[in-house]
Design a protein around this ligand. Structure first.
Ligand code: HEC
Length: 146
């Protein structure tokens, strides 16, 4: 009898855990692109960074290496095509951005470089994980997204 009761309790807890984790999956909404999407909204960008130029050439090799780094470090949140719809975007507080949007395309490269290096809230800072040339290569790849 006793072991049966323990068994029932166990089944109850396992069931509850499953139900709870499933509801988390169902309710973890992906943040939507705001109507007036402004990629710099809430970012504190030091004005001089907009003058930093990309020292990495936009050639096939750099774009291909940027793509590999993007797939490894960014795609999980930013999505296959940079539209903010990667699997890890579910449950984020802020929309991760739309790299194909005109407003995004208009940002100076130095601003992108600053954002990727420094991060903000759910956007990780990559200054420790990626070298400057790797970040510039990613920017070269991101510029090809449309
Ligand atoms: C864990 C998820 C996550 C990963 C991984 C991630 N980002 Fe982000 N990223 C975000 C979020 C969330 C924002 C929006 C931040 C905000 O506005 O508060 C963001 C914003 C940005 C922005 C500014 C655009 C905007 O609309 O805010 C750029 C540029 C960017 N990320 C590039 C990258 C690059 C390049 C990588 C990989 C090296 C990367 N991110 C990895 C979540 C992520």
């Amino acid at each position: 009898m006793r072991s049966l009761k323990i068994g029932n309790t166990l089944v109850f807890f396992i069931t509850m855990t499953l139900v709870l984790s499933m509801s988390v999956l169902v309710f973890a909404d992906r943040p939507e692109k705001p109507d007036n999407y402004d990629p710099t909204d809430g970012w504190r960008i030091p004005p001089p960074v907009k003058n930093i130029e990309n020292p990495v050439e936009a050639n096939d090799q750099n774009i291909a290496q940027g793509k590999t780094s993007y797939e490894r470090n960014c795609q999980s949140c930013h999505g296959d095509n940079g539209q903010g719809d990667g699997p890890d975007a579910d449950g984020l507080d802020d929309f991760p951005g739309d790299f194909t949007d005109e407003a995004f395309k208009a940002l100076p490269e130095g601003v992108l470089f600053f954002m990727i290096k420094e991060g903000k809230d759910d956007m990780p800072a990559f200054s420790g994980d990626l070298t400057d040339p790797q970040i510039w290569q990613i920017i070269r790849y991101v510029e090809t997204l449309e």
